[in-house]
Design a protein around this ligand. Structure first.
Ligand code: BG6
Length: 497
């Protein structure tokens, strides 16, 4: 069904996110008939443009981004509802104009006074923009209309700043009006972790410490820091990926069944998982956390790439990590004693995100031609991206007169079943926000709990500069110490071919 009538107001409409994700997402929603009949978009930025010029600009970009599925009829309808206004985001008077302009658009388009503000701007502006919006009454909801604000990470750079940001946002809004995006929650395959677990009766009985040996979560990237050196120098791999994206995967994977798929019910279960994760003590950080930085190297395709320290806007003696691996554990009946190994890094040999669940070995092996150590343990792999799918590996009899066991795979590929649906990952999130469904958004306390988990690692790493950076070559699997993290426990990181 169509979303509720509304005006979507994008701060930073001249930027990258609007061009690459937001407008294409609106296009896909329009094409699927999910945008409301009464809809308008108002783009805001510093650039001096009028409606026509803004529309021309984005038309070119959207054609390029959505490619073959571009449809003129859909686009013409959508673009006629798109407007633009030049604004200085720090200037109070401009918000008075915004108020008037919105009033006019609302009256023309019949959008019922519902406003969705999308802050596609650096986080340093979040507080100021919402203060200004608050001053002119644009965040004030009545019984008949709603006002919502979408923001995107980074939500602070540590626990303290995350709390401060939440406080800043709460100055002008209730928590229910704030929609914090973690784009991993927009991924179909991430949402599918819940469906896989809770729409089937197969796996859930095995989903605990009695049957699972350990879990590996990998977000490997082959790209370097690209043009984001300035941001990345301050962030590093841990802040950039762990407390948000990797913990989203951990949360969905480890949660108990929520009482419903309502936002509050899911939030409670996710928060229980994060509460159960044991923060590492400073001593444990030395053995349970590994950091790395890439040096120059050769990517699998043969491309020679420079070191992180040679990237634009990066200090040539930078201590910023481009790789992080952690071993976490949980204090809960379901997961006590099951290690969760998490790793992420840039310029690794492959680009993929997956969750691998290794089951315990059979207690004894009765087939005498196979030694128990030779058996590859049963494994379930959720491939989040690319080649989205689910793979189950288990033992089967190798044909022949001897009783030998070999490992075989059963593989489900999304594309084979559902085709390749073009999507930016923002469609569901924007649509849900328009309908007031916050299930796939992050609550203030979930964000803070994420930072709590990594705070001790950040503290120890900041206090002890690494001596061995760069410690892995671009195009490799990461620092040798990461291998030790699992080897010490008699386990191995899964490698994809
Ligand atoms: C972003 C990080 O949040 O996620 C990037 O800032 C990272 O550094 C990206 O590359 C990864 O997202 P995806 O969807 O490509 O896995």
């Amino acid at each position: 069904p169509e979303a509720a009538p509304n005006v979507m107001i994008i701060f930073g409409a001249g930027g990258d996110l609007t061009r690459r994700k937001l407008i294409p997402a609106l296009f896909h929603l329009a094409a699927a008939g999910l945008l409301p009949e009464s809809f308008a978009m108002l783009g805001l930025d510093r650039l001096e443009l009028d409606d026509e010029r803004f529309r021309d600009r984005i038309a070119e970009q959207v054609k390029e981004t959505v490619g073959a599925v571009f449809d003129h009829v859909v686009w013409q309808r959508l673009v006629s509802s798109i407007h633009y206004m030049q604004i200085d985001m720090r200037e109070g008077a401009d918000y008075e104009h915004l108020c008037e302009r919105l009033g006019r658009i609302d009256a023309e388009r019949g959008t019922d006074g519902n406003y969705l503000f999308y802050l596609a701007v650096p986080p340093s502006l979040f507080g100021e923009i919402t203060d200004r919006l608050g001053e002119v009454g644009l965040l004030h909801e009545t019984e008949d209309d709603w006002r919502r604000v979408i923001i995107e990470k980074p939500f602070g750079h540590d626990l303290e700043s995350a709390i401060a940001l939440n406080r800043e946002m709460h100055r002008n809004m209730d928590e229910e009006q704030i929609y914090r995006i973690d784009h991993y929650l927009g991924k179909e395959t991430v949402q599918n972790i819940m469906v896989f677990r809770f729409a089937n009766s197969f796996f859930e009985p095995l989903w605990n410490r009695n049957h699972i040996d350990h879990v590996q979560i990998t977000v490997a990237e082959s790209v370097g820091v690209e043009h984001r050196g300035a941001y990345y120098e301050e962030a590093g791999a841990l802040r950039d990926m762990l407390p948000n994206h990797l913990l989203v995967l951990l949360g969905f994977l480890a949660m108990d069944p929520p009482s419903s798929f309502e936002s509050e019910a899911v939030r409670i279960e996710i928060n229980k998982v994060l509460d159960a994760v044991k923060p590492l003590t400073p001593e444990e950080v030395l053995t349970h956390a590994v950091r790395g930085q890439y040096g120059a190297g050769t990517m699998p395709g043969g491309e020679k790439v420079p070191a992180y320290r040679a990237s634009p806007d990066v200090n040539p003696r930078s201590y910023t990590e481009t790789y992080a691996a952690l071993k976490l554990s949980m204090d809960s009946w379901r997961w006590a004693g099951v290690p969760f190994y998490l790793r992420t890094g840039k310029r690794l040999t492959a680009h993929y995100t997956e969750v691998a669940i290794q089951f315990k070995r059979a207690p004894t092996i009765m087939f005498k031609d196979t030694a128990v150590e030779e058996l590859t343990p049963d494994m379930l792999v959720l491939r989040i991206q690319p080649n989205e799918g689910i793979q189950m590996s288990f033992g089967a009899k190798v044909p022949g007169p001897t009783m030998q066991v070999g490992t075989v795979n059963m593989d489900f590929c999304y594309e084979d079943y559902f085709g390749n649906k073009p999507a930016t990952g923002y469609e569901t999130l924007i649509y849900d926000c328009m309908n007031g469904d916050a299930t796939l958004f992050k609550h203030a306390d979930t964000v803070e709990k994420g930072w709590e988990i990594v705070q001790s690692v950040m503290d120890v790493w900041a206090a002890i500069p690494p001596r061995d950076f760069p410690n892995y070559a671009a195009g490799s699997w990461g620092p040798a110490a990461a291998g030790e993290l699992t080897k010490r426990d008699g386990r191995l990181w899964r490698r994809i071919a």
